[in-house]
Design a binder for this molecule. Structure first.
Ligand code: GTP
Ligand code: MG
Length: 244
């Protein structure tokens, strides 16, 4: 599906042909995001953890992570955030990512860390749950969990269980440990009833997790223009307290 981009002098409006649109502005978080993410070449893989004992200590840089069902587009999203095509491995086949993988943003010592994770659900890695639970419960530098859902699917039982659990954790800490935000992926695959599908998905997310911040709609087609990347970057910057 073709993507188009309409430019004006102070703002850039990006649209998907299904009608979804956002405007990139010059807010302080937009400026900070531009500065922090501009040097894509400095992003670096730091470490992978297959179990709790191998979780790295990384100078207390703020972290964000992006769980979701297998194949929802977690690694593609983080490649787009980092401005890299293939720093993270992606695959058409579900179950590609097998460990928690830590990537530094910005040259050493870095500004923040993004953490890719294995997929959950029937096509994911079954034993990853214990590691992920340990990680989110004990990781003091974890600032936000971006939970991913595909625009073309509704919420499954595992998605709802995950949202309920994360919501309970945010509620019990009052959001002082981490906050929760949804990202809707693969919006380029939506057809005529796309808006309706996204509206019901947003409603279902809110019902399962009232503390979840409003979903960001994204599309990172393998050979197309990314959509939503500025909003995701700005949100990361805000969640990590890096807006200038
Ligand atoms: N059309 C389209 N395809 C996408 C999008 N995001 C990811 N994909 C494709 O979806 C497939 C899975 O993407 P990954 O990023 O590997 O997904 P993942 O969630 O990391 O998968 P696992 O690590 O296996 O759990 C790949 O073929 C990607 O090219 C998107 O926004 N639009
Ligand atoms: Mg992956």
């Amino acid at each position: 599906m073709p993507l188009c981009c309409i430019r004006s002098c102070a703002r850039t409006t990006i649209s998907l042909s299904s009608g979804f649109q956002y405007t990139s502005s010059r807010s302080s978080s937009a400026k900070a995001a531009k500065t922090i993410f501009q040097d894509a070449g400095s992003a670096e893989f730091l470490s992978a953890a297959a179990d709790a004992s191998s979780l790295p200590q990384l100078n207390w840089l703020p972290e964000v992570t992006s769980p979701g069902r297998a194949n929802v587009g977690k690694s593609s999203l983080l490649n787009a955030v980092l401005g890299r095509r293939d720093l993270l491995f992606t695959s058409k086949q579900a179950g590609r990512t097998q460990t928690l993988n830590f990537f530094r943003v910005g040259s050493h010592p870095g500004k923040l860390v993004v953490v890719d994770s294995p997929g959950y659900g029937s096509r994911g890695r079954s034993e990853w749950g214990a590691l992920f639970n340990h990680y989110i419960t004990n990781r003091e530098q974890l600032r936000r969990i971006y939970i991913l859902f595909s625009a073309t699917h509704g919420l499954g039982a595992t998605d709802e269980a995950m949202l309920n659990e994360l919501d309970a954790q945010v509620q019990s800490s009052g959001g002082t440990n981490f906050t929760l935000q949804a990202i809707i992926t693969k919006a380029d695959l939506l057809r005529g009833d796309g808006r309706q599908k996204v509206d019901s998905l947003k409603k279902a997310i809110f019902q399962a997790a009232p503390t979840c911040l409003p979903p960001i709609i994204t599309a990172f087609p393998p050979r197309g223009t990314p959509f939503g990347i500025d909003l995701v970057r700005r949100s990361i910057i805000d969640s990590c307290g890096l807006s200038s």
